[in-house]
Ligand binder design. Structure first.
Ligand code: SF4
Length: 205
């Protein structure tokens, strides 16, 4: 037996049935993790831990209003924060989305929540200080500063952070540094008006 043999990929990689959605075992591929890793994937115990269970209950409840009208993502954020008792919301935003971040703040505060906003260019650190190349080396160019965004939001003891449009990579650093959980409200995609899913659909342009 070859001890270095790679296991086959999880069936989800090429699945055409999505049979797990309806628990149709006979239609699941042989490599479906629902069949091959039952002990891992069928263990519901972590969802019964109180904190996590509250998150699951909130996530389940937010998509629709009591009148069964779909909420948009901003409305979902408001509802989620209320259900989870997150009173202070930190907003870590890209400088290119300052107007949207401030509009978000107004919406959240209109719903009785508190907000704290921090821009990605806070600190005005020149890119040369972090050893990054500049198109015009003689001119100042502010580096993104997700560590400072996180530290400032930590100082204000926010309960939840919503990030708007941080660069891929800077968003990871923000998540590493934030004390509070971080959710993404807007994914930055400069080429696709912040709709990365358009690159994944057949009609993508
Ligand atoms: S979990 Fe199983 S049935 Fe569901 S998509 Fe993956 S391989 Fe297909």
């Amino acid at each position: 037996m070859d001890m270095d043999a790679k296991p086959p990929p999880f069936g989800c990689k090429h699945c055409a049935t999505i049979a797990s959605f309806r628990n149709e075992t006979a239609r699941m591929p042989k490599t479906c993790p629902t069949r091959t890793h039952l002990d891992v994937v069928h263990d519901a115990s972590s969802y019964l831990e109180p904190e996590r269970h509250e998150t699951m209950v909130a996530a389940d409840a937010i998509p629709f209003t009591p009148e069964r009208v779909l909420r948009n993502r901003v409305e979902e954020l408001v509802e989620f924060a209320k259900l989870r008792g997150h009173r202070r919301i930190g907003v870590a935003f890209c400088v290119s989305m300052i107007k949207e971040a401030q509009q978000l703040s107004r919406i959240l505060e209109g719903e009785g929540l508190e907000t704290e906003l921090v821009c990605c260019r806070v600190g005005a650190i020149d890119m040369s200080e972090v050893h990054l190349p500049k198109a015009h080396p003689e001119r100042f160019a502010a580096s993104c500063n997700p560590v400072a965004q996180a530290k400032l939001l930590n100082e204000r003891e926010v309960d939840l952070v919503a990030q708007l449009g941080l660069c891929l990579g800077h968003d990871l650093i923000l998540q590493e540094e934030c004390d509070a959980p971080v959710t993404t409200l807007v994914v930055k995609d400069r080429a696709l008006d912040h709709h990365p899913i358009r690159a994944l659909r057949p009609q993508a342009t």
